[in-house]
Every structure is written in structure tokens, then in C-alpha cells.
Design a protein around this ligand. Structure first.
Ligand code: PAF
Length: 314
């Protein structure tokens, strides 16, 4: 099996490490810089290294192959582990190289990426979404640490009509292979609902932590309660426009639960702000604002968070 991982950040490296160590797959990585510099179509394949510290504290040097044109053309599976803001343009830019038989897994925070893929990909390829709860971070440019074991949920977003089967046939053959390399990967028949729940949690925790430069735990403090309730109301209406039932009080309670469980963590959005990187706000609260414009409901609380985070990174 030929697997290309797009992105060499924490989650991309996590998958590349586990597939290399625990499967027989040919794994290659398309790094962010290769995508940025437009060498995405490069015809060279060369080796690179990174060091990976497993959740058991074991550190290993991993040699990986940089994906070239040949690996992309012959890929059976592409796992995209890029930011939500980068994923669609990266895939659209590579789509002319990809065969119709390659399955594509989108692994990112937020929503709105699938919609931004070009029709060539949406009509020809099976597109899956994967959500992960693994704790992982890039300690330095070439060192990734797996801080907490989690799991992944995988589900089908769409499939070309001729590849559509009944529900049981939707589970790809490579699910077991991923599950064996980095357990556990669970199949989900309602991945869209899971994406929405994660989006709702991110709409609450990420901007508040980024704006106030606080760890996740502080979000559960009373001072934010009113604001969180309004954000949750708006997210619930947005979810409803997409056929997803998410009660505002469930969004509030789940977000506070996650904030408490991850109380010492720095959210991905705060990490981006601190490192002066672009945030994923456009695909988180920004996505709610887009739906508000499209369907004509008020999303003032999400709009305000969106603008405040935008001004932080401007
Ligand atoms: O984006 C993140 O950091 C995480 O999804 C979450 C849930 C906010 C916890 O840190």
C-alpha cells in the first residue's frame, strides 16, 4: 500500500511514524515547505529525518521519504494533516497528479474544507474525514512528541456515485491497517455530527484562550459563562442549517468538560498566536459567520470572536 502524508506537523509526523514502524506501507511525506515553494510536482525523491518521542517516552530517529510526483501518482491513500486553512488549496493544487482510485482522508480542525475542494476531487475520489484526540506537539523543527494516547474517528464524507455501496461497504479496506498502526481508529457512520461537536467545542475554547492568552482550564471560569452561552446558541442554529441537532446547553456542558479535562493545555489557536502563525479562526468561528450570512441568522458573538482573533494575528 502506498500512503502519502500531506504535512509534517505534529499529526502528520504521528501518522508517518506509526505507519513506518507498524505497517508494511510505503510511506512518503509531502512537507509544508514543499507545498509552499510549489515544488509539489517535483520529480525527486529524497530522504529526511525527524525524531519522534512515543507516548511511552521512547525516542527514535525516523527516516522518511519526501513524496515526489511518482509517489503522488501511485498513492492508494492520502492522509492530509495540514491546517484547515491550507488543506483545500494543497489538494486542489495536486489533483491533476492523483488517480481516481486514491482515497483521501481530511484530518483538520474546523469545517469548510470539503466544500472548498475542486469538483475533480469531489466527483472522482472517496473523501473521508478523520478526527483525532491524540495529544501531540512539535517540540522543535525535527522533533515531535506524542504526549497523550487518544483515538481517531473516521467516516465517509462523499463518494463518487459509482463507488457508493451500502453502509457496510463504505468502510474502507485500509481502516484495519490504520487501526493496527495507530490504535484505535473507529469507523463512524455519522462523522458529520462528530465534526460539528468538535467544531462547537473549538468555537468556545479556541478564541477565548487565544484572546485572553490563557490555558484551556480558565475557560470554565464564570466570567466567560454568558459569552459561551451566546456562542453556543449561534452554533446550535448554524448546525441546524446543516441538518445537525446540537442543543446549546450540550455545547456549553461539553465545552466546559473538555476545558476542565485539558485544563493545563495550550489550545492550538493560542499556540498559533504565540508563534505568530496564521490561526484556523476562518474555519472555526468564521465558518459559523459564513453560515449566518448564507442563512440569515445573527452570529454576533462568533463574529466578535472572529474579529478579535483576526486582529491578534494581523
Ligand atoms: O484545538 C485544540 O486545541 C483542541 O481541539 C481543544 C479541544 C480546544 C483542546 O485543546
Amino acid at each position: 500500500m502506498n500512503v502519502v502524508v500531506l504535512g509534517n506537523g505534529a499529526i502528520g509526523s504521528l501518522w508517518a511514524y506509526h505507519l513506518k514502524r507498524f505497517s508494511t506501507a510505503n510511506v512518503s511525506i509531502k512537507t509544508r515547505s514543499a507545498l509552499d515553494t510549489g515544488s509539489a510536482n517535483g520529480t525527486y525523491a529524497c530522504k529526511n529525518n525527524f525524531s519522534f518521542t512515543s507516548s511511552h517516552g521512547l525516542s527514535l530517529q525516523i527516516e522518511y521519504t519526501l513524496a515526489d510526483q511518482h509517489s503522488l501518482q501511485n498513492a492508494d491513500l492520502i492522509i492530509t494533516c495540514l491546517k484547515s486553512t491550507e488543506t483545500a488549496s494543497a489538494l486542489n493544487g495536486l489533483s491533476h497528479l492523483l488517480s481516481n482510485n486514491v482515497d483521501i482522508v481530511l484530518c483538520h480542525n474546523g469545517l469548510g474544507v470539503y466544500e472548498a475542494l475542486n469538483n475533480e476531487l469531489k466527483l472522482n475520489n472517496r473523501i473521508y474525514a478523520m478526527l483525532t484526540t491524540h495529544g501531540c506537539f512539535r517540540a522543535s523543527k525535527h522533533h515531535v512528541i506524542h504526549t497523550g494516547l487518544g483515538h481517531c474517528d473516521l467516516g465517509l464524507l462523499t463518494s463518487p456515485a459509482d463507488k457508493m455501496g451500502d453502509k457496510e461497504n463504505q468502510q474502507p479496506a485500509w481502516l484495519e491497517f490504520l487501526n493496527h498502526s495507530l490504535p484505535s481508529v473507529y469507523w463512524s457512520d455519522d462523522i458529520k455530527a462528530k465534526q460539528w461537536l468538535k467544531l462547537a467545542i473549538n468555537c468556545v475554547i479556541n478564541p477565548i484562550t487565544a484572546i485572553h492568552k490563557i490555558n484551556n482550564g480558565k475557560v470554565a471560569e464564570n466570567v466567560f459563562r454568558q459569552q459561551i452561552e451566546t456562542v453556543a446558541e449561534e452554533v446550535s442554529i448554524a448546525a441546524c442549517t446543516q441538518g445537525i441537532q446540537l442543543a446549546p446547553q450540550d455545547i456549553v456542558s461539553t465545552s466546559l468538560e473538555v476545558a476542565k479535562k485539558t485544563s493545563k493545555n495550550t489550545s492550538s489557536m493560542l499556540s498559533d498566536v504565540l508563534a505568530n502563525r496564521e490561526t484556523e479562526i476562518a474555519n472555526i468561528n468564521g465558518y459559523i459567520c459564513e453560515l449566518a450570512t448564507k442563512y440569515g441568522f445573527s452570529a454576533k458573538a462568533n463574529q466578535s470572536l472572529f474579529e478579535q482573533v483576526k486582529s491578534l494575528s494581523a
